[in-house]
Design a protein around this ligand. Sequence first.
Ligand code: ZN
Length: 140
Amino acid sequence: MIIACPHCHALNRLPADRPLQDGRCGKCKHALFSGQPLELTAANFAAHAEKSELPLVLDFWASWCGPCRSFAPVFAAAAAELEPRFRFGKVDTEQQQSLAARFAIRSIPTIMLIHQGKVLAQQAGALPKAQFYQWLQRYS
Ligand code: ZN
């Protein structure tokens, strides 16, 4: 399975017979899973959203958005609890306007599930934790 490193964004091929969460990056030697959402940018987006074989859950947010701030702890808890089934990434829509434009983000937060470049599901607006987990189950 191909996994992009959350630190240096190098692609790693992991054997299927070993637990993913123990994986370390062959390039930078950091753990491949830290239980935290990573900050996605135009520079590292393709590694995680297109080349990695792990489903990627995205949170498009902005610092001035109240519902985004309330949703942030839910999203962080999901990263801690649901890795390595998914990778969790945050897109700051003010810093990363090209990504926001590419996915036509009209309201924030927008939650998206993407796998190897294909958008599997998209949800406008925050969800409470239980609904968020159900949403992930339904589309994964
Ligand atoms: Zn690395």
